[in-house]
Design a protein. Structure first.
Lengths: 173, 129, 67, 328
């Protein structure tokens, strides 16, 4: 009895792991699309509203799903922390470093974000819009790759998870 | 009744081997070898009882135990050689299988020399000079 | 007698699963990963069989009084 | 007062300012940061070049030299990480931050159609620390009151630059708005603050206490400002800083005809010199301004002279020596 229970648990774990991986893969393009939209929102806030960066970040965070929104908000909070003498670029980089692992996005998006952060807030409107559009174009390219990857590896992970678990069960039995 | 159990296992094993053969021949071969070992082990148990009986007879009829030991060894070698050869032949390596058998024969020959000399001597002694 | 029968099914099971993983991975284009998995599976089974073989030879030795 | 600034300074300069000796810090007026050149501080009319330890260095060479990275960081912090939202301020050349401090900027100007579009590579900063000296107007206000009309006279505050002119009228506005024994209940005050110095508004909200009944029109040219203020806020007293052009005078004239009391300031050493300027000449000749306040300062001591313009010299009011009203 115990052995079958153990086997079942193992199988369930394998299944879940597979599903989690394929979920991550499917969430990635969605999150990139959201991020691109948020950056465009930021673009309008900066270009036309000329709202200060921390408030612009907070308002564009409202359109994001939790992990990404948390990233934008932590960047805004860090910027507003007075007395630390931190520039916008530093607080943005720190926020990305802390919050990125919670999102299911990969290295290229991280690069695009860090590159954007370097020039955020220290130049005039035209320059800001240029950098933001550059970042958005990067992200749309990435989103395309992410979509293909999801198609290819999506169900691979599912089946691999189950098979892996079955293998372990058989070996342990 | 063990024979029924034994045959059942063998048949199942062969079915599994067939399943495995077209995807992963390696595993099929391993499985076959494994089943072979299994059955062999089963049989060995039986053989040992027979051998004990023979041993008692030999001791009673004061045949020199050394002869009996060599005979046992010869049987052992035969067993192993035959087993190995079959497995290898099963994997499709005829050449190696025949080599194993040859080696087995030679080794047995070597073991048998003292017995042969004794037989020759007794025969010579029996013939009136 | 009984555990060994299990072992037969175990080996068969491993063989089949490894085969399936191999095909899935090959489909996804990760051949190297597939061959790795197969190799590992093979090694596991090999260990089992070698263990069994070791038993066999030990048994024969004791029975046929090999010195 | 300076802690709101210290948060905005980059670490290097921040440690120096915090290490300044207490008496310098108390009288600190300006911090001048220039990239690659010695850091300069102005206090109580004197200037010095502090070194890394915060002590004034003998020769400027071994004073502390802020680097390029620090200037970038300072600009980033000043504009609250959003330079793009301060383009208007950059065009004007100064930024007003919370606490009323004005930071003058200088760097490479980018022209567009002949007008300055933007300041690129801002390399020199002039942080002018503003202090609200409450009570410096208390002595002067009673002399400006018109007893029968229960209102304030039309007053012109005259002084050369940097004599505490703005500090004085800021306090006058506060007193008039809050009301005093002679002026119960206070009056509705309208302030036209073109260079956002009197109220130092940050996004329209005055950072100085100008009293409850005060409305501030920030960053709007004086002439239009006064007209708008009269139409929109119907103030009883209108305060405007540094009138100089003919249109300003026109607007002051308009306000007076509307029965609104006006308090204005103007640059000028004394009555003779300022009446030489066309704009003020007409107002002075017609005797519109019935009160004239002249400020003069030597180092620490301030002297306020109130004179009634109708030729008759009023009691001379001497401000208490202790008062350290500072830059306007």
């Amino acid at each position: 009895m115990l052995k079958t229970l153990g086997a079942l648990l193992l199988l369930a774990a394998g299944l879940l792991f597979g599903f989690y991986q394929s979920l991550n893969l499917s969430r990635r393009p969605k999150q990139i699309r959201q991020l691109a939209l948020a950056l465009q929102r930021l673009e309008t806030e900066i270009g036309y509203g000329a709202t200060p960066l921390p408030d612009a970040l907070r308002s564009s965070a409202s359109t994001l799903s939790p992990p990404l929104a948390a990233l934008f908000r932590s960047a805004a909070d860090r910027m507003e922390e007075s007395g630390t003498g931190r520039t916008a670029a530093e607080s943005w980089t720190q926020a990305v470093q802390d919050g990125f692992f919670r999102t299911s996005m990969k290295e290229p998006e991280r690069e695009a974000l860090l590159q954007l952060g370097a020039s955020l807030g220290i130049s005039d409107t035209q320059d800001q819009l240029k950098h933001l559009r550059l970042a958005v174009s990067h992200l749309t390219v990435e989103e395309q790759n992410a979509a293909d990857e999801e198609k290819r590896y999506g169900n691979m992970w599912k089946s691999l998870g189950v098979l892996g678990a079955a293998l372990v069960v058989v070996i342990m039995l | 009744m063990e024979i029924v159990q034994l045959v059942g296992i063998a048949i199942i094993a062969t079915v599994l081997v067939l399943v495995l053969k077209e995807q992963k021949p390696m595993f099929a071969f391993l499985l076959a070898m494994f089943t072979g070992i299994l059955i062999f082990l089963f049989v060995l148990g039986k053989v040992s009882t027979v051998l004990h009986v023979l041993e008692d007879l030999a001791a009673k009829s004061d045949v020199k135990p050394v002869f009996f030991k060599t005979i046992l060894k010869i049987i052992g070698i035969a067993y192993i050689a035959e087993f190995g050869a079959q497995i290898v032949r099963d994997a499709g390596q005829e050449a190696i299988a025949s080599k194993i058998e040859l080696a087995g024969k030679i080794l047995i020959m070597v073991m048998a020399i003292p017995i042969i000399t004794v037989i020759v001597e007794t025969v010579v002694r029996l013939i009136p000079a | 007698m009984n555990p060994d029968v299990n072992a037969i099914f175990q080996i068969a099971g491993i063989g089949i699963i490894i085969a399936m993983i191999h095909t899935v991975l090959k489909q996804m284009g990760k051949e190297d990963m597939a061959s790795w998995v197969t190799l590992i599976g093979f090694v596991v089974v090999l260990f089992m069989v070698v263990g069994m073989l070791n038993n066999l030879f030990k048994e024969i030795k004791t029975i046929f009084l090999f010195q | 007062m300076t802690d709101s600034i210290q948060d905005l300074l980059p670490p290097g300069i921040k440690s120096i300012v915090s290490k300044l000796s207490p008496e310098i810090a108390a009288r600190l007026e300006e911090i001048r940061i220039r990239e690659g050149r010695p850091l300069e501080i102005v206090y109580g009319g004197r200037h010095a070049f502090p070194d890394a330890g915060g002590r004034p260095a003998a020769i400027p060479a071994d004073a502390y030299h802020p680097g390029h990275e620090e200037c970038i960081r300072l600009l980033d912090l000043l504009t609250k990480h959003s330079l793009y939202s301060y383009e208007e301020e950059l065009r004007r050349g100064y930024i007003t931050i919370a606490g009323g401090h004005r930071i003058g900027l200088a760097g490479r100007a980018i022209l567009e159609g002949g007008r300055v579009k933007l300041l690129r590579d801002v390399t020199s900063f002039n942080i002018r620390i503003a202090r609200q000296v409450k009570g410096c107007g208390a002595k002067v206000l009673p002399l400006l009151l018109d007893r029968e009309a229960k209102a304030v006279h039309h007053t012109l505050v005259l002084s050369p630059p940097q004599q505490g002119k703005t500090t004085l009228i800021r306090d006058l506005v506060r007193l008039i708005s809050e009301g005093t024994r002679e002026l119960p209940g206070g009056r509705k005050v309208g302030v036209v603050d073109e260079r956002s110095e009197i109220a130092a508004c940050v996004r329209g909200v005055p950072t100085f206490d100008l009293g409850p009944r005060t409305d501030v029109l920030d960053g709007c040219p004086k002439a239009e400002g006064m007209m708008m203020m009269i139409r929109s806020m119907s103030p009883e007293v209108l305060v405007v800083d540094e009138i100089g052009t003919v249109q300003d005078a026109e607007a002051v004239w308009e306000a007076m005809n509307a029965g609104i009391r006006v308090i204005a300031t103007a640059h000028g050493r004394d009555l003779a010199e300022s009446s030489g300027r066309p704009a003020l000449k007409r107002l002075l000749q017609e005797g519109i301004f019935t009160r004239l306040v002249q400020l003069s300062r030597e180092g620490e001591r301030f002297e306020t002279l109130v004179r009634e313009l109708a030729g008759q010299r009023l009691k001379q009011a001497r401000a208490p020596d202790g008062r350290e009203a500072r830059s306007c």
